[in-house]
Design a protein around this ligand. Structure first.
Ligand SMILES: NC(=O)c1ccc[n+]([C@@H]2O[C@H](COP(=O)([O-])OP(=O)(O)OC[C@H]3O[C@@H](n4cnc5c(N)ncnc54)[C@H](O)[C@@H]3O)[C@@H](O)[C@H]2O)c1
Length: 249
């Protein structure tokens, strides 16, 4: 029970990697505030989380700024504190550089960068009290500049940039700010695998460990480590949880 009594907000935790993190943390005793727009999946994940701990569900669009501040205020009021903030949700659509529109930039920054920034700002006073942990999400698309990922790559690298700034500014407060750059088998990737098996196999062939990560076992457990006291001396880092695909220098 490494997170017994801790209070965590996890965005995008109805499904995919967020759900995996929610389950990994719930099994170690953390209260989980599930934040997502998908009500059906949110309720399913809440039921799973409630098998281990007490969860709560916020069906809210985090691209609306007021929602972000309300969620932090509600969670803090209910539980009297906030220890862990996981900024996981991010929506985007692919397009070539020249076809990337303002709308696509707004979608990626509006669901990824801005909510991450506002959640961090809203949560800071509570995280300072709890000497808490922030876990943000990066991507190989940003680190490598993958084709057709202009809007997504830009938002992801912007998230990395503010995470480093916050790590430097909030280090003296005992707040750790780190990122995970994952590769995982999520429902979206499963759909893509079924529609383009050859491309999927080629992708697996480029991963040194020759498989996609499991949202709970592989990604969730690294998030658990970053949320626990075991990682107290790590901050400002991007942790590659991608089967060895990218080696940061
Ligand atoms: N899956 C991968 O292999 C992979 C690779 C690199 C980076 N990532 C990053 O990891 C994180 C999780 O990825 P995933 O594949 O599990 O994502 P996903 O798309 O499967 O799930 C994201 C969740 O966020 C929710 N969401 C989307 N927009 C929202 C909004 N405006 N308000 C509230 N909730 C919203 C969705 O409903 C969904 O439940 C993301 O930041 C993603 O960019 C994933």
């Amino acid at each position: 029970m490494r997170l017994k009594g801790k209070v965590a907000i996890i965005t995008g935790s109805a499904s995919g990697i967020g759900r995996g993190i929610a389950l990994a943390m719930a099994k170690e005793g953390a209260h989980i505030a599930i934040v997502d727009v998908n009500e059906q999946k949110g309720k399913e994940t809440l039921a799973e989380v409630n098998q281990y701990t007490e969860g709560s569900l916020f069906i809210r669009d985090i691209s609306v700024q007021e929602n972000v501040y309300e969620i932090v205020a509600e969670v803090t009021k209910t539980f009297g504190k906030l220890d862990i903030l996981v900024n996981n949700a991010h929506a985007s659509r692919q397009a070539s550089f020249v076809d990337t529109t303002q709308d696509l930039l707004d979608l990626s920054f509006g669901t990824g960068f801005y909510p991450t920034f506002h959640f961090m700002q809203a949560a800071y006073p509570e995280l300072k009290k709890s000497r808490g942990k922030v876990i943000n999400f990066a991507s190989g698309a940003g680190l490598e500049g993958q084709v057709t990922q202009t809007s997504y790559a830009a938002a992801k690298e912007a998230i990395r940039a503010i995470s480093r700034v916050a790590a430097n500014e909030w280090g003296p407060d005992g707040i750790n700010v780190n990122l995970i750059s994952p590769i995982a088998l999520t429902p979206g990737v499963e759909q893509w695998r079924d529609s383009a098996p050859d491309l999927y196999d080629a992708m697996i062939g480029r991963i040194p460990l020759r498989r996609l990560g499991d949202p709970e076992q592989d990604i969730g457990h690294v998030a658990l480590f970053l949320a626990s006291d075991d990682s107290n001396y790590i901050t400002g880092q991007t942790i590659m949880v991608d089967g060895g695909s990218i080696k940061l220098r």
